[in-house]
Design a protein around this ligand. Structure first.
Ligand code: ME8
Length: 512
């Protein structure tokens, strides 16, 4: 069995989770479920980034200890991911002893190897980004870009990691590992970034400025820079499980350069470990063109949509709407369009037609197909094409296209019903019409089963409910479940299933 280790970014738990956080976990979950369906032994790690200035500041604001603060907020993130049916195998928190130990071991080894040295830092510091700045970061008018928040001039002793020394190694690595970053064009951006000389990375923060972090094992007057701490979660989470290197670190585009594309591979290489096999970089959910984030305060609360429309409708929308790697505009209107036309009208309607008519015309027991005419052959051809595309699309993260193709198949099935008009066949006593009626019932039930099997990794709970309504227990081999066949013959179906109900009132605009 091939092992497949996948991670998400670990979220800063200094506020409540937003749509961007939810999307990344749903996307990673869809990939993890897809790989499990393909037979891989998957290990899926997610977690919480709990140290650093932002968390310390948020805890102080509430007048509580940072640990009590992160215990509460990390629980809120985790509860959301459980609710979203995220099938993670492990949830790591950077305040856990197992993580701290690995961070200390890595730092000590790098220090002993001479990869970390002490020097004076003179320059500027952005608290909001927890980043040292240089003159070149200023805007042409001499001010600092907004994203840095308040910037202060500082002079202090710190510890530095020899990043510069590995610049040529990294460029060479990127040139010889063309598939390191998905989408590919982002790899070119990193190579472009590396045309400028790198500075060594300051990996310490003096305790008097920041207490909330992992103490440097070789100098307890300092805590570890939050990125150096956080990146190591991908390794500390599996250190004793034999999963390294990761197959994919899934991250958003804002944290590719420099943390994941520069610091991370160099840290691992200096330590003597191979980098992850690949970084999967997703785009941003935007609202009216602006990045939604905790700091701009324009975050959509994903829980609102889940409450109103259910987990699977929410998961479906995120995966259907976003082409992995690109940005997407989020609007409640677009959510409603997809919900109504694709989930309620196309899928929900088909399933209910199949259940109702089987109940009405066949006593609730699915008959076998008896005739194969042109209409059946046409529908089978649409399915065969869809099925052939599913695996290659999934393997290249084109889940949005796979869902689009599945919707096309559902549309074709609904129009097959209209052409066969089983309600008319049901009125006829002609044996030929009765045979056609049984064929139609079998065909639309089988088409429903296949369509929801194709969507299994995106809408796992709904797929399961639909299987149950058709009295069906799927086999363990997903690809075998995608074969058009006779699996439902003789199954006892439920008379109806409320899956994607119409909202009683129009959706309220998501909370700002
Ligand atoms: O960056 N759309 O945490 P974070 C899509 N702790 N994705 C978004 C998004 C949006 N509008 N906003 C944020 C951190 N994200 C660090 C990571 S990993 C070792 C440490 C994504 O809570 C973002 O790109 O700010 C990142 O991948 C994830 O949410 C967590 O962001």
């Amino acid at each position: 069995m091939k092992s497949f280790y996948i991670t998400t970014a670990i979220d800063y738990v200094n506020g409540s989770p937003h749509l961007g956080h939810a999307y990344e976990k749903v996307l990673t979950d869809v990939i993890a479920r897809f790989r499990r369906q393909m037979g891989d032994q998957v290990h899926f790690l997610t977690g919480a980034d709990e140290h650093g200035q932002k968390v310390q500041a948020s805890a102080r604001k509430q007048g509580i200890e940072p640990q009590a603060y992160v215990d509460a907020t990390a629980a809120e993130f985790r509860a959301l991911y459980d609710r979203l049916n995220i099938s993670y195998d492990d949830f790591i928190r950077t305040t856990e002893p197992r993580h701290k130990k690995v961070v200390c071991d890595v730092l000590q080894k790098l220090f002993d190897q001479g990869e970390i040295y002490q020097a004076e830092y003179r320059g500027f510091y952005s608290t909001r980004q927890e980043q040292f700045l240089q003159e070149k970061d200023r805007l042409p008018d001499g001010t600092w870009p907004e994203i840095f928040g308040e910037v202060t001039a500082i002079v202090e002793q710190n510890y530095f990691f020899r990043l510069k020394k590995y610049q040529d190694w990294l460029i060479d690595y990127l040139k010889t590992h063309e598939d390191f970053i998905f989408p590919k064009y982002r790899q070119k951006q990193v190579i472009e970034f590396l045309k400028e000389p790198l500075n060594d990375l300051c990996i310490s923060r003096p305790r008097e400025r920041l207490e909330w972090g992992i103490a440097l094992p070789f100098d307890s007057n300092y805590v570890t820079y939050v990125w150096f701490d956080a990146l190591l979660n991908y390794y500390s989470g599996v250190v004793d499980k034999g999963f390294w290197p990761a197959d994919f670190n899934v991250i958003g585009k804002d944290i590719l350069v420099p943390p994941h594309a520069v610091y991370w591979p160099i840290m691992l290489h200096a330590f003597g470990l191979p980098p992850p096999k690949a970084l999967l970089v997703h785009g941003f959910w935007m609202q009216s063109g602006a990045k939604m984030s905790k700091s701009t305060g324009a975050a959509v609360n994903p829980l609102d949509l889940i409450d109103q429309f259910g987990v699977d409708a929410f998961r479906y929308f995120l995966i259907r709407e976003m082409n992995v790697g690109q940005d997407s505009e989020f609007t409640v209107e677009q959510f409603m369009v997809r919900y109504n036309s694709e989930l309620a009208n196309n899928l929900g309607n088909l399933v209910n037609r199949a259940l109702n008519m089987t109940t009405k015309f066949a006593g609730g027991v699915l008959p076998a197909a008896e005739v194969i005419e042109e209409l059946e052959l046409e529908l089978l051809a649409v399915w065969t094409k869809t099925r052939d595309e599913l695996v290659p699309l999934g393997e290249t993260f084109q889940f949005h296209t796979a869902l689009e193709r599945t919707m096309t198949f559902l549309t074709a099935t609904n129009s097959y019903i209209d052409k066969r008009a089983p309600w008319k066949l049901g009125k006829s006593t002609e044996p030929k019409d009765q045979a056609l009626l049984r064929t139609t019932l079998a065909t639309i039930a089988e088409a429903s089963r296949l369509a929801v099997t194709a969507m299994l990794h995106v809408t796992p709970a709904s797929t399961q409910k639909i299987y149950e309504a058709f009295g069906y227990t799927p086999g363990t081999e997903w690809q075998a479940e995608l074969e058009w066949g006779t699996k439902l013959n003789g199954a006892k179906v439920s008379p109806a299933l409320v899956l994607f109900p119409r909202p009683e009132k129009p959706a309220a605009p998501a909370k700002a």
